[in-house]
Design a protein around this ligand. Structure first.
Ligand SMILES: *Cc1c(COP(=O)(O)O)cnc(C)c1O
Length: 466
């Protein structure tokens, strides 16, 4: 049993605590009602701990301090900017794709006022939110028609709910994947009301496996991009053209969840990632992909393909529940315009960062190393080192992007102490640790970010200096 030196009777009264609290200027910004509620919660927690014989401090001071902290946290943003020193371009935990200039301008324009979201100014009547992007997506991908929803998970759910409810969906065992953030193909299938019909084995699925599985119950054939892993070695999947022919002979659509779905080449070395246009040109009936992966916009799910299927999706009530909001839509349209009228490798940040030249990264890393050079006199080691970055976000798992970074180590503090201090900087700086060294990958850093890193490191240098 835990000994506790306090008793219930020592808990000061709410009135007494409140009288002290409201004298503090920072507290006066909050309503009295909120201050009282927060105070009560703090006192209740303390009382409960006492009851359970858990260690707790019940002084007037500690209760006031806790209440004040809780209130101040409420007034501070939790969702805020960080600096991505991991080199992972589409870091799902760090918000995936940063937006380009045009997308930001367009979001900015619609966010503070009214917009044409569902209004057709030509005829002065109600319009459709989807009309803003459909023609542009079709122009870029060669699709007959398209629709956009909240995210790609919702896109897959909608397609299956509409085209395969109560019917069998044939999926290769090697493609029954889980994508980070709890998107599991079998679960989404079940949720849509479709019946999973697994074919083949983990490593090999043949055309005849699909053929044997087709019956009058079949709704469609689903392909899933194994975004975040690869089955390598003794493997087989039928040639895509043959699979499409087989499905069409039986009057069935082939749906491909592309995941990242790139609009232009992101090829590295011997790796070729099929583009959305290539997939549609091969005869796929429907493809779905994310707005905030390789495309480089905000959260969104794009469904593109044959008109006869997309028309059905547009009529389904689920569409209303998973509709894209105006800010994401503005970001998506802005990014798509970049692909249509500009060089996306230059202006869409995701594409730009993935395609940065090694010489440029090297030069920028040397610049950062020079900015940190003063620390060497205080026992720090600063080196420019070769690294490999990843695309991230479950995209291009096999592609290694050669990168450059700066490695940091100090004789005064361990790598994990420095990492924690960087993470707790006013703008958190997220880095990797490897072999007791901090690694800052240059790929995703702006000049402004480098200034922040310099500022943070100089501050840490002073803190750990004896
Ligand atoms: C990322 C991914 C999803 C989920 O997309 P969100 O836009 O994050 O909802 C679904 N399927 C595949 C194959 C993916 O790679």
């Amino acid at each position: 049993m835990m000994e506790n030196k306090y008793t219930m009777r020592q808990i000061p009264s709410i009135e007494k605590l409140l009288a002290k609290l409201i004298l503090q200027p920072e507290i006066q910004l909050f309503s009295r009602k909120l201050v009282v509620a927060t105070l009560r919660r703090v006192v209740d927690v303390a009382r409960q701990k006492l009851k359970n014989n858990e260690p707790v401090e019940i002084t007037e001071d500690s209760l006031l301090r806790q209440t004040k902290n809780n209130l101040l946290v409420l007034g501070k943003p939790s969702l805020r900017k960080v600096i991505n020193g991991t080199g992972i371009v589409l870091h799902t935990n760090l918000g995936r794709a940063p937006l380009g200039e045009r997308a930001m301008r367009m979001v900015n324009e619609v966010m503070g006022g009214y917009s044409t979201l569902e209004y057709n100014v030509d005829i002065g009547e109600r319009g459709s939110r989807y009309d803003h992007v459909v023609d542009k997506i079709c122009a870029l991908t060669g699709a007959e028609d398209a629709i956009v929803v909240n995210n790609n998970a919702a896109a897959v759910l909608l397609v299956l709910s509409v085209l395969a409810k109560d019917r069998e969906v044939i999926v290769s065992r090697g493609q029954l994947v889980e994508i980070g953030g709890s998107f599991r193909v079998p679960d989404v299938l079940r949720q849509s009301g479709a019946i999973l019909k697994e074919v083949g084995t983990t490593n090999k699925t043949h055309l005849r496996d699909y053929e044997e599985a087709i019956n009058e119950q079949t709704g469609l054939i689903l392909k899933v991009h194994t975004s975040n892993y690869r089955v390598v070695g003794f493997t087989a999947q039928p040639e895509e053209g043959e699979l499409i022919q087989l499905a069409h002979r039986h009057g069935l659509p082939v749906v491909d969840d592309l995941g990242s779905g790139t609009l232009q080449n992101v090829d590295q070395d011997s790796w070729h990632e099929p583009t959305v246009s290539e997939c549609l040109a091969a005869g796929l009936d429907i493809v779905t992909f994310s707005g905030d992966k390789l495309l480089g916009a905000g959260q969104g799910g794009i469904i593109a393909g044959k008109k006869i299927y997309i028309e059905q999706l547009k009529k389904h009530p689920l569409l209303r529940a998973i509709r894209i909001d105006k800010l994401s839509l503005a970001a998506l349209e802005g990014t798509i315009i970049d692909y249509l009228i500009a060089d996306a490798y230059q202006v869409v940040p995701v594409q730009q960062m993935l395609n940065r030249k090694i010489e440029e990264l090297q030069e920028q890393a040397e610049q950062l190393a020079n900015m940190l050079r003063p620390l060497t006199t205080e026992g720090w080691q600063i080196k420019v080192v070769p690294l490999t970055s990843q695309a991230g976000g479950g995209t291009l798992p096999e592609v290694k992007f050669s990168s450059v970074g700066v490695s940091l180590a100090s004789s005064k503090a361990s790598a994990s102490v420095i990492e924690k201090k960087l993470r707790n900087h006013s703008i958190p700086i997220i880095v990797r640790i490897q072999e007791e060294k901090i690694l800052v990958d240059i790929r995703c850093l702006t000049v402004e970010d480098m200034n922040s890193i310099q500022e943070a490191c100089m501050k840490i240098g002073k803190e750990v200096h004896p």
